[in-house]
Design a protein around this ligand. Structure first.
Ligand SMILES: NC(=O)c1ccc[n+]([C@@H]2O[C@H](COP(=O)([O-])OP(=O)(O)OC[C@H]3O[C@@H](n4cnc5c(N)ncnc54)[C@H](O)[C@@H]3O)[C@@H](O)[C@H]2O)c1
Length: 256
């Protein structure tokens, strides 16, 4: 059976866990070849093995997205291996829920900087080197992982994280405008409350989970695979007229 991403070469950051991992596995099932990016080689090898077990093809590309030399090298390895690039998915991110993120009057510069380095500078570097490779390949798709926290002031005591995601949204908008003429579609996926390791401190307290779910019309957290399904569509040729959009996958949380 033909896959929806047959022939596509994809570069996915944050591919070792959560939404990035689910996206990589789904991309593999849909026929894409995937360059898997995160810092730890062993975790990426496990994802690559899962993709290969299902008949897919994957490259393990360990890199810290906040380090330009490492991102540039990872993109170059993918292009060397497969002759070009068609899809860039920026998923890597951190949320210092118990690691120093705070309201602005209590926020240490170090926690602000650490968050911005990975979430915003990492997204910039992923886009910078990813878009260079897409342009050399004649175009493609970029998907930026955003957040409701970058749209609304709802994440109390997470001011660095919220600002980092709003920055990603701004970068994606102007990229969408500028690169559409180069046959590059840039879009944002906005996951709501998703059950992944980034939310481990939240899921450790069932009362807090219940409180959050009460604010979500679907009354439950989402799964990484439910977000990955949107990533597949945006990466596919079916999304040919989707440019500069914000695609919310949140059980209705931001509709109310
Ligand atoms: N889970 C949610 O509720 C939710 C909601 C909105 C947005 N998001 C965003 O989705 C993205 C994925 O998060 P997740 O929920 O899957 O969490 P996760 O912790 O499971 O995954 C984060 C991934 O980013 C990688 N990563 C972290 N720092 C990195 C670095 N410096 N270099 C390279 N890779 C790095 C991790 O290794 C991991 O693969 C993040 O950008 C997050 O902000 C998540």
């Amino acid at each position: 059976m033909a896959g929806r991403l047959d022939g596509k070469r994809a570069f996915i950051t944050g591919a070792s866990s959560g939404i990035g991992r689910a996206t990589a596995v789904r991309f593999g099932r849909e026929g894409a070849r995937i360059g898997l990016v995160a810092r730890r080689q062993g975790e990426l090898e496990a994802v690559a093995a899962e993709i290969r077990d299902q008949g897919g093809e994957a490259l393990v590309l360990p890199a810290d997205v906040s380090r330009e030399d490492q991102v540039e090298h990872a993109v170059a390895r993918l292009v060397d291996a497969w002759g070009g690039l068609d899809v860039v998915v920026g998923v890597a991110g951190i949320e210092l829920i118990e690691g120093g993120d705070a309201r602005v009057d209590q926020l240490e510069l170090s926690a602000w900087q650490a968050t911005i380095d990975v979430n915003l500078t990492g997204m910039f570097l992923t886009c910078k080197h990813g878009v260079r490779a897409l342009r050399a390949s004649g175009g493609g798709a970029v998907i930026v992982t955003g957040s409701p926290t970058g749209l609304y002031g709802l994440a109390l005591s997470e001011h660095a994280y919220s600002a980092s995601k709003a920055g990603c949204h701004g970068l994606a908008r102007v990229m969408a405008n500028e690169y559409a003429r180069d046959n590059i579609r840039v879009n944002v996926v906005v996951p709501g409350f998703i059950d992944t390791p980034i939310n481990a401190p939240v899921f450790a307290d069932p009362t807090v989970v219940d409180e959050i779910c009460a604010t979500i019309p679907a009354r439950r957290p989402g799964t990484p695979d439910e977000v990955a399904a949107m990533m597949v569509w945006l990466a596919s040729d079916e999304a040919s007229y989707a440019v500069g959009g914000f695609f919310v996958v949140d059980g209705g949380q931001t509709a109310v």
